[in-house]
Design a protein around this ligand. Structure first.
Ligand code: URA
Length: 237
């Protein structure tokens, strides 16, 4: 049994706050009865109608997390470290789509939809991922060119990346670089920068395709709405 406002929000119909508004306004029916009680518990068999629209019964959930540093991207960890799944309050068995390193922050999708996971992580689909890297050293046009054209890491050339130099700080000897990659190899961004001589000091994934985490504080997450899920699927067609 779960709270009505949570079930509505998890369906992707609207945010939890909006769901609470709809309940208070008397716009929500459960099994044909208007429910205005906040926290009313519903089960998977209950029929929920919001503003005349019946909630679709899909078991799939899609979550966008702003991953904090110091959390492992895995369902469980043999060293008992905190995992990204520990940050999500759900009774669904969600798992991360792809990986972010322990010390990398930012956009991470979690779902229980295996089909979408496979599509988004398949290299042929070239889903863009935007990273902001703080690197040691002052990066120049030469290295940017190399990174953009593709370099050999783990015996294989990377497919062309897009680079934008956001800032350089000569005093601190650091550069802030935006890198968009279209594949998702292990530690790819750190390895690429290291290959051209610039160790990554800090890494954040700002965006996966059209999804960014600007509205989410570190550790916060939100459910994707059906339109966003459809849009993700259409990127892989
Ligand atoms: N590339 C990396 O090196 N680390 C990440 O966490 C993600 C991409």
């Amino acid at each position: 049994m779960e709270r009505l406002q949570k079930v509505i929000a998890n369906s992707g119909y609207c945010s939890r706050r909006k769901a609470e508004d709809e309940i208070l306004k008397g716009n929500v029916q459960v099994n044909g009865k208007i429910i205005k009680e906040m926290g009313y518990k519903v089960s998977a068999n209950d029929i929920i109608i919001v503003n005349g629209i019946k909630l679709e019964k899909s078991d799939n959930v899609y979550i966008l997390l702003n991953k904090p540093r110091g959390v492992i991207t895995s369902v469980c960890d043999d060293k008992n470290r905190k995992t990204v799944v520990d940050l999500i309050e759900t009774d669904k068995r969600v798992y991360p789509v792809g990986r972010l390193d322990y010390d990398t922050t930012g956009a991470l999708l979690l779902t229980n939809d295996g089909e979408l996971t496979n599509l988004l992580t398949h290299p042929k689909n070239h889903i863009p991922k935007v990273y902001i890297a703080k690197v040691e050293g002052i990066i120049t046009g030469r290295e940017i060119h190399e990174l953009e054209n593709g370099i050999i890491i783990d015996n294989k050339k990377t497919i062309p990346a897009r680079i934008k130099l956001r800032k350089i700080d000569k005093k601190k000897n650091v550069s802030l670089v935006e890198m968009t990659i279209y594949e998702g190899r292990n530690h790819q961004v750190k390895k690429m920068f290291l290959k051209v001589g610039f160790p990554v000091l800090k890494l954040k994934r700002e965006k996966i395709a059209f999804l960014n985490v600007k509205s989410l504080k570190s550790g916060e997450y939100r459910y994707l709405n059906p339109k966003e899920v459809k849009q993700l699927y259409s990127l892989t067609k």
